[in-house]
Design a protein around this ligand. Structure first.
Ligand code: ADP
Ligand code: MG
Length: 339
């Protein structure tokens, strides 16, 4: 008999976990932006080079970290956001798995600078492939800057698998849109290869949509508002002429988190029945607020899918409320005159 089981070293475990969390540069963008939001930043800057393949940097003016926390933040399962499994059902943060920074640090070169308001000086840490190569005391503004360089430097298969810069940048912009739409009260900026891509001042929801998608969007938005015991809905659907061939501008946020749901998407499509040309998809920007105890976010590492206790009721309310809003704007199926 011989024993053959061994515990994987941390850096190997982190690299494996990274496979789930970090699929492409856009995944890093999402995790870093979400961390900045969880740190209560009021202004967040995203700097990208070569579609994130050489640099992804997020600079925030949030709470920052102590020197000890800065070091600990790169450990697996290191989180300040939950303490017990029960906390999963009263989440008011984006993060909770404590895996993002550990995963990112396992497959990239990471430079962190951070300072808390009350501290005179901050901390700078450089990590390469899960190894801390440098830690210093630095002068840096309040908040956190994390630069992720040379993504997948130690996993050539993954690096080669990345798509063209155009495609990877598209994914990054998609993530940026999602986060920026979920938080109109936070100022965001994005730069790619030194040029400004977005400059979004703090604003209301309508203004944020218009700042991202252009002035022409403004007159095409139909407000949707509903307040029931199980769900509060706010936001906009696009008038039928704003419908797109591709599914581009479709956004559901549940408790400020972007989610994908084919089922709820169907509720909207069904509310638009008879209003859209064949093959067109309604545009929508909808925020759904539900009791956190009635959803489970912990069903996928990227947290874009969630499980609702009572999907059928949500479907019905959503469909009715969108129909009602379209009706109020006199947008009803046109039967026999010009279409
Ligand atoms: P999670 O977000 O799930 O807690 P992460 O690996 O993304 O896990 O981050 C680990 C911890 O590092 C966070 O819980 C938080 O305490 C700290 N942290 C990460 N990014 C920031 C930031 N931008 N500002 C302040 N603290 C941060
Ligand atoms: Mg996180």
């Amino acid at each position: 008999m011989s024993d053959i089981i061994q515990l994987l070293p941390d850096h190997v475990a982190n690299q494996i976990a990274a496979g789930e969390v970090v699929q492409r540069p856009a995944s890093v963008v999402k995790e870093l932006l979400e961390n900045a939001i969880d740190a209560h930043a009021t202004s967040i800057k995203l700097i990208v080079k070569d579609a994130g393949k050489t640099l992804i940097q997020v600079i925030d003016d949030g709470e920052g970290m102590s020197a000890t926390d800065a070091r600990l933040s790169f450990e697996r399962h290191a989180t300040s956001k939950i303490r017990t499994a029960d906390d999963l059902f009263k989440l008011n943060t984006k993060g909770f798995r404590g895996e993002a920074l550990a995963s990112i640090a396992a497959i990239a070169h990471v430079e962190l600078k951070t300072k808390q308001e009350e501290d005179e000086v901050g901390t700078s840490i450089i990590i390469e492939g899960s190894e801390v190569v440098e830690q210093e005391v630095v002068v840096t503004p309040k908040g956190t800057s994390i630069a992720v360089k040379n993504l997948f430097f130690n996993i050539p298969a993954r690096r080669n698998f990345l798509k063209s810069n155009t495609v990877e940048l598209r994914h990054i912009v998609d993530e940026f849109h999602r986060v920026a739409l979920a938080h109109p009260n936070i100022a965001f900026a994005m730069y790619h290869n030194g040029s400004e891509v977005f400059m979004l001042p703090e604003s209301n929801y309508r203004q944020r949509i218009v700042n991202i998608f252009g002035n022409k969007t403004n007159e095409k938005l139909v407000p949707v508002n509903e307040d029931t015991e199980v769900i509060k809905i706010s936001g906009f659907v696009g008038k039928p002429e704003y419908a797109k061939k591709s599914r581009g501008e479709q956004f559901f946020f549940v408790n400020n988190r972007f989610i994908k749901s084919a089922y709820l998407n169907h509720a909207i499509a069904s509310a638009f029945e008879g209003l859209l040309k064949d093959g067109a998809h309604a545009s929508y920007f909808l925020n759904l607020e539900v009791n956190p105890q009635t959803i489970d976010i912990n069903i996928h590492p990227t947290k874009t899918e969630i499980k609702f206790d009572d999907e059928h009721t949500l479907y019905a309310i959503l469909r009715a409320s969108v129909k009602h809003s379209l009706g109020q704007f006199n947008i009803a199926p046109v039967l026999d005159f010009d279409r």
